[in-house]
Design a protein around this ligand. Structure first.
Ligand code: ADP
Ligand code: MG
Ligand code: MG
Length: 257
């Protein structure tokens, strides 16, 4: 079964140590919530799993299905079935969401595909895109817009969910968008993630919104503080942090922060 395993991961960025020994295992079908105060290292963990070149692994390793991928390129990881949705999604003016999805899906389906080589046939792709957009109750016009260009927070989230549905990654990391999502947008996102078929992927959801977890109760909740996972529990731990905040965690682990 598809497994992402992170072992004793230490990560620096611009000479500053951010992660200090993270251990984590995510398997297909599991939903994990990653929570922690601002600046604790949540996005760093997501970015380093995806292979962002700015983040240097100084100790430890990342394994996917037993293979050490710590030094792999971003593109290779994406083709293997890893997916990371940015906290601040990048706009790609001039590239329509549909074309972007056709390229990305072609690469995932044919991991050896080189730039310029054949894409998924247009008719086949269109049919699939239409089906997924209907399932997610999205307006077909949405796919004709340029990727994240002038998107509202809610639309970025919709685009991210459409990517999930089309690419069907093996492991997906969803970093909370920090452009304010209203309650309805969060609820819709939560429901859509559940509808896509959570059981077919391993999910790591980084969030402060309890509503995002509403339809996706985590089997595991991890609390990160000062670059270390200090506690792991079930859905009840996420509930506690959503209602009570991080005071207890900070008191219990004064050395971590
Ligand atoms: P979180 O997502 O939990 O809010 P981040 O992973 O974004 O936390 O950041 C953790 C720490 O690393 C913060 O102190 C942040 O300022 C620092 N950091 C993250 N990315 C960079 C970067 N590219 N350059 C410099 N510092 C960074
Ligand atoms: Mg942050
Ligand atoms: Mg973050």
């Amino acid at each position: 079964t598809d497994t992402l395993r992170i072992e004793n991961l230490h990560v620096s960025v611009e000479g500053k140590q951010i992660l200090r020994g993270v251990n984590l295992e995510i398997k297909k079908g599991e939903t994990h919530a990653l929570m922690g105060p601002n600046g604790s290292g949540k996005s760093t963990l997501g970015l380093v799993i995806m292979g962002h070149p700015k983040y240097e692994v100084t100790e430890g390793a990342i394994y996917f299905n037993g293979e050490n991928i710590t030094e792999r390129e971003v593109d290779e990881r994406a083709r293997m079935g890893l997916f990371y949705a940015f906290q601040r999604p990048v706009a790609i003016p001039g590239v329509k969401l549909a074309d972007f999805l056709r390229h990305a899906s072609s690469n995932v389906r044919n991991p050896n595909r080189k730039e310029g080589e054949e894409l998924i046939p247009m008719r086949e792709f269109r049919k699939e895109l239409k089906g997924k957009m209907e399932q997610l109750r999205m307006d077909p016009d949405f796919a004709r817009r340029y990727v994240n260009d002038g998107f509202s927070g809610g639309e970025m989230k919709r685009a991210e969910i459409l990517q999930l549905a089309m690419l069907q990654p093996k492991i997906a990391i969803l970093d909370e968008t920090d452009s304010g999502l209203d309650a309805d947008a969060v609820r819709l996102a939560s429901q859509s993630i559940a509808e896509i078929g959570r059981e077919k992927m391993g999910l790591l959801i980084i969030t402060h919104h309890d509503k995002l977890l509403e339809h996706n109760p985590p089997q595991f909740t991890h609390v990160i503080l000062g670059g270390r996972i200090v506690e792991t529990g079930g859905a009840e731990l996420a509930d506690e942090l959503h209602t009570q905040g991080y005071d207890r965690i900070r008191r219990m682990y004064p050395d971590a922060a």
